[in-house]
Write a protein that binds this ligand. Structure first.
Ligand code: DGY
Length: 320
């Protein structure tokens, strides 16, 4: 009998075709709307595999309903949306999609850094609003990127790819990580520093660490207070790593200069979110990995992980 799977969002045809070769596929057909929780709770009852996105909360209750469930394939590198301990306890495999999104996410992170430092969104809005009267020496001036100090919090694959880009801008590179990486330090000319030094001395602080219990609110009021008044904070990891209320106060009060945020604690972020009212915030809707090629690669990798698990093999990207 072919294994049954449920896919929580409309996927490209090529991915559905691949999954259909092996599985009996049911899918939430809407692209711009997440599967409602009650639908997911029904669909999970008889499936062997689940293909899901970071928009679905896969908690213990849901896992208990999926009595046939053998594998959950998350189409993301981060898997904080899944209760890994509960899945492991119930002998359900969980997989993610590392590697294929590294360069694309590093591109976006560096682009966001540049857009924030040089006030690109604000400048474009200014122009379109018809506010521009003349060119002026102090108008829309931002922060220099070339030669500045970049502090990377979390030197994983994406952090390393970001450091490579920053080298091209002659940036001075710091990182802070759970463990030191002497080889990478040599290769990239990046220096390991304590968290406090990184925050005190960096012109740009990029958050790229995984979101776990340990990194929740990793950047709060105390950390923001250490940063330079000219500093820019960039977060393309997960919203919950930075305390949003503390960040709002720091940006409003001029304690730091600007922030580029691709992620928020609650997504989709609402338009009345206080951080969106600040001109010194560039806000994006979690598009770090959003290139056409990369999203297809992620979906295909997630499909292969699912198929491997359902065929009794250990998937390449198992995380538990
Ligand atoms: C991930 O993969 O975890 C990103 O946040 C979305 O691509």
């Amino acid at each position: 009998m072919r294994p049954k799977i449920y896919i929580t969002r409309k996927l490209p045809d090529a991915v559905v075709t691949r999954l259909t070769e092996v599985c009996e596929v049911r899918m939430w057909e809407k692209e711009e709307e997440p599967v409602p929780r009650d639908v997911l709770e029904k669909e999970i009852l008889d499936v062997d595999g689940l293909f899901c996105l970071l928009t679905e909360t896969i908690d213990e209750h849901l896992l208990t309903l999926g009595t046939n469930l053998k594998i959950i394939s998350n189409m993301a590198v981060g898997y904080n949306n899944i209760d890994i301990a509960a899945a492991t306890e119930q002998k359900i495999m969980v997989t993610n999609t590392p590697g294929v999104l590294t360069e694309t996410t590093a591109d976006l992170t560096f682009a966001l850094l540049m857009a924030t430092a040089r006030r690109m969104v604000e400048a474009s809005d200014y122009l379109r609003a018809g506010s521009l009267k003349t060119w002026s020496p102090m108008q829309l001036t931002g922060q220099d990127i070339y030669g500045a100090t970049l502090g990377i919090i979390g030197l994983g694959r994406i952090g390393e790819a970001l450091a490579k880009r920053a080298r091209g801008f002659d940036m001075n590179l710091y990182y802070h990580n759970r463990s030191r990486k002497p080889e990478v330090e040599k290769q990239l000319g990046i220096q390991y520093v304590e968290k406090e030094k990184l925050l005190r001395e960096s012109d740009f602080v990029c958050v790229l660490t995984p979101y776990t219990k340990e990194t929740e609110n990793y950047i709060g009021a105390a950390e923001l207070a250490l940063m330079k008044p000219t500093a820019v904070l960039i977060n393309t990891a997960r919203g919950g790593i930075v305390n949003e209320e503390a960040l709002y106060q720091a940006l409003k009060g001029g304690q730091i200069w600007g922030a580029g945020l691709d992620v928020f604690e609650k997504e989709p972020v609402q338009t009345d979110h206080p951080l969106l009212s600040l001109p010194n915030v560039v806000a994006l809707p979690h598009i770090g990995s959003a290139s056409k090629n990369t999203r297809l690669k992620m979906a295909l990798l997630a499909a292969e992980n699912l198929i491997q698990g359902l065929q009794g093999n250990t998937p390449k990207n198992i995380v538990n």
